[in-house]
Ligand binder design. Sequence first.
Ligand code: LR7
Ligand code: MN
Length: 582
Amino acid sequence: MSAIRFNRRVVRYFLIAFFVVLFLYVLMTGGGGNSKSSTSAIKKKPWMTTGKLGNFEPKEIIEREGPGEGGHAHHLKPNQENDAAASLSAYGMNMACSDEISLDRTIPDLRMDECKYWNYPEDLPRASVVLVFHNEGWSTLMRTVHSVINRTPPQFLEEVLLVDDFSDKENLKGKLETYIKKFNGKVRLIRNPERQGLIRTRVRGAEEARGEVVIFLDAHCEVGTNWIPPLLAPIYYNRTTMTVPVIDGIDHDHFEYRPVYQAGQHFRGIFEWGMLYKENELPDKEVQRRSFNSMPYDSPTHAGGLFAINRNYFLQIGAYDPGLLVWGGENFELSFKIWQCGGSIQWVPCSRVGHVYRSFMPYTFGKLAEKKKGPLITINYKRVIEVWFDDKFKEYFYTREPLARYLDMGDISEQLALKDRLQCKSFQWFMDNVAYDMREKFPELPPNVHWGEMINKATKECIDTMGHAAPTVMGMSPCHGWGNNQEDISDDKLVRLNAKGQLGVGERCIDADRQGIKLVFCPLGSVEGPWHYDEGDKTLMHKETRKCVALHPQSNNLSLMPCDPINTYQQWVFKEIPSPWH
Ligand code: LR7
Ligand code: MN
C-alpha cells in the first residue's frame, strides 16, 4: 500500500517538476514556436550590472600628453599657415594639423554614464571594418585604422578592410602596402582598377569582406571607448537589424573631438521631401518603449557613412542599387529597403564614433558623372523615390524638385523586381509605422501652382539666392534663359509657389522682413506660406503686412512696399523651365 502511495507521490512530484520546467522554458522562449524567437532565447540579450563595469569595458583609462590628445583642439604655429591653407583646399581638412597629432591619440569618452554598465554576450559575431577611400589624407585615414585596432577587442575584429577607390595621390600607393604589414594581416588592402564612387566601392567591400558582420566607416573617423559590442549585439540577436553609432564631430581645422548633440538627448534620421537628410528628436513613444535611455532605438533613416550590418543580409537585399552613382541617396535607398522589406534600423547611444566634417567636397565625380545629363545626386534621389515611394509621395518630391521630373534615371526594373521578390511593404506603411514623426515635421505637401524662374516685368531679371545658403537675402540677376547648353543647371533661380502661399527654392522658403526678401528655413510642421499671388495683377502680396514684393529701380534691392499693381517693378511672372536635358 505505502509503496504504491510512495510511487504516486514520486509521479506527482515528477509531473510538477516537469510542468515547472516546461513553464520556465515557455517563459524564456516567449512562448513562440517559430524559429526566430527560439533562437533569441538561446542568444542572450545585453544585461545591465549597475555599479559594476560591463564585461568589455577597458580595465584602465589611458592618458597621454601631446598635440590633440584627449580630443583637444591642436593649433598650429603662425608660420605654418601656408601649409594649413594648402592642405585645407586639397582635402577639405587641415592635414598639416592632423599630421602633428598621434595616430593613437586618445579621445574623450562621451557616452552616457549608463553605457559603462552594460554587459554583452561573449560570442558576438566577428566584424570586418570596411573603409572605402578616394584620395584621403594619410594621417586621418591611418588614425581611423589605429583607433579601430586600439579600441576593438581582437576576438570581434575579423579585419580592417581598406578599399581604395582609384586614388591617385602618391602617398596612398606603395607606402600603404608597406605600412599595413605591421598589423600582421589584420589590415587588408584592395584597390579598384577604376573609379567606382563610394556606393559601388562599399558593395565591393562587402563582397570581399570575411567577417560575418560588415561595419562601414568613412575614412576619417575615430572610434570611441567600447564602441563595437553595442553595435554587434542587436545584429547577433536579429540578423535583419542594422545598427548605427552616434556620430560625434571632429573639427576639420583643429581636430577637436566634440559631441554633435547635447548629452542624453537622442535624435534619429528622417528626411525632407526634396530628400534632404534631417535629424529629429526621438519621439516620446520611442523613449517610452525602452527601459534604459542608453538602449538602442528605431530610426527611419541614417546619414549614410557609419553603420553595421550582417554581411549576408546586406547582400541578400541587393546591397545598394548598382544604378546609384558615386555619392548620395544610398543612405535612403538602404533605409527604405530595410524597413519596407522586413528589417529594422537601430541607433545605438552606447556606441560613439567621431567623423571629420569637411569644409567642402574636395573631389570631383570623375568619369562616372560625365555620361550623365543633369545633376547626379538628384538622379540618385529620383531612382530611390521611384522605387520605394508610393505615387502620392513621389509627387511631394517633384513638388520640391520640379526639374527632377525630366531627369533620366536609367532603368529601375531590376529594383522593382527585387521589391516584389522580397515582398516589401508600401511607403504608406513605412510612414505610418516607422517615420510617423514626419507627419508633424514635414507634412504632406500641397501642389505647386507655379514653378520656374520668377521674372520681374520691369527689368526682366530673375529672383536669385545668389548662391548663398539660407538664411540670406534674395537678390536679382539675369535669367538663366535655359538654352541648349545647360549641363550645369543651378537651382538658385528655380522658384516654386504652392497652393497655400508658400514660396520657396528647393527645400528652403522665401519670406520677408524689414531687411528685405529672404531665403529662410521653412517653418517646421507647416506647408502654409506668407504669400498671396494675384494671377491678374501679377503682384506678390505678403499677407500679414499686406505689402507687395517690389524691386528698387536704382539699387536693384528687393523689399516690401505698399502695393501698386500698375508698377511693373512689382509685377512678377513665373516661367516654367523647359527640360534642359532633351
Ligand atoms: O568617389 C568616391 N569614392 C570614395 O571611396 C567618393 C568618396 N569615397 C569615400 C571617401 O573617401 C570617404 O571615405 O567615401 C567616404 C565618404 O565620402 P565623404 O566623406 O566625402 O562623404 P560625406 O561625409 O560628405 O557624406 C555623407 O554622405 C555620403 C552620401 O553618399 C556618404 O554616405 C558618406 O558616408 C556620408 N558620411 C556620413 O554619414 C558621416 C556622418 C556625417 C553626416 C551627415
Ligand atoms: Mn565623410
